[in-house]
Design a protein around this ligand. Structure first.
Ligand code: NAP
Length: 283
């Protein structure tokens, strides 16, 4: 009998995770199926209970359920507790273990792109789940400071608890005209984008959160958005002279870490990248 991995989200139809996870199961000779489940918020507890069944290996969790699932599982690990959100559930014989592989995905993507983090100053745009993972990754890699710019300032301040002792965290409005943001950008070597602006099917597909004048040569601009691959944020950053790095590697690496947790098998990264790129190209 094929085992199942579910993707819990709402909506889930646009996700490319099924394409590259299914390719990874096939390449690894595993009799497993990756199934998107569109779960409205009211139906989340029932969907999580279903994960305890013998046919389920576990699940990925995406927007808007990452925080709520934390309260529904049995054993969240250190990464899930720290970030305050879950993106991976493993069914361990009816007990639900949970993790957050977005942190590992970011760290792997930054390492692969040769992005220096230790001792560096960063600006982070957004304060949701992806941003929380970014603060945990910055802190773990020994960044010196991060300025979190968010539309809702109170939400940015809540990230302070995540920063740990070594990472100085300040906040400011997500407004390109803000003097605080301009000053932080002039000192930052890394600008990380974690809002859905510029994302296909997102709230504003054509908008970059910052204009080209916010960037400078010598800076790295990292977009967590991966569809399209060349986002408005990356276009503006590149026009401003910064090095622009997209979020596809973060997506594939977080998925690879999830695959390892469900199966205990080393993920076939090359196959996963090829399948992810093919799925994006087919859009
Ligand atoms: P989330 O938890 O819902 O947080 C969304 C963030 O974006 C919040 O800070 C929100 O600000 C801000 N925001 C939303 N709409 C905005 C708008 N119109 N203008 C300005 N700010 C806006 O979402 P998330 O899980 O962090 O995901 C954010 C992005 O990261 C998504 O586009 C997703 O594609 C990407 N992501 C990528 C990966 C990957 O593997 N590459 C993984 C996770 C997420 P407020 O606090 O003011 O609401």
């Amino acid at each position: 009998m094929a085992r199942l991995v579910a993707l819990l989200g709402h909506p889930v139809a646009h996700s490319i995770s099924p394409a590259f996870q299914q390719a990874a199961f096939a390449a690894s000779g595993l009799d497993a199926r990756y199934e998107p489940w569109d779960v409205p918020p009211g139906e989340l507890p029932g969907a999580v209970e279903r994960l305890r069944g013998g046919d389920l290996l576990g699940a990925n969790v995406t927007v808007p359920h990452k925080v709520a699932v934390l309260g529904l599982v049995d054993r969240p690990d250190g990464a899930a507790e720290r970030v305050g959100a879950v993106n991976t559930v493993v069914n361990a014989g009816g007990l639900l273990e949970a993790s957050n592989t977005d942190v590992a995905g970011l760290r792997a993507a930054w390492a692969e792109a040769g992005i220096a983090v230790a001792g560096e100053r960063a600006v982070l745009l957004g304060a949701g789940g992806a941003a929380r993972a970014a603060v945990a990754a910055l802190s773990g890699l020994g960044a010196r400071s991060v300025t979190v710019a968010n539309r809702t300032p109170g939400r940015a301040a809540a990230l302070r608890a995540l920063a740990g002792e070594g990472l100085a965290l300040s906040t400011c409005p997500l407004d390109a005209a803000s003097g605080e943001l301009r000053s932080a950008l002039s000192e930052a070597s890394l600008v990380i984008h974690c809002t859905p602006l510029g994302m296909r099917h997102g709230p504003d597909e054509t908008r970059s959160p910052l204009p080209r004048s916010a960037f400078r040569p010598g800076q790295v601009a990292f977009d967590s958005v991966y569809t399209p691959e060349w986002t408005p944020f990356l276009q503006e950053a590149s026009r401003g002279g910064a090095r622009a790095v997209g979020g596809l590697a973060m997506l594939v690496h977080q998925g690879a870490a999830s695959f390892r947790l469900w199966t205990g098998v080393e993920p076939p990264l090359g196959v996963m990248f090829d399948a992810a790129r093919a799925a994006l190209a087919g859009r």
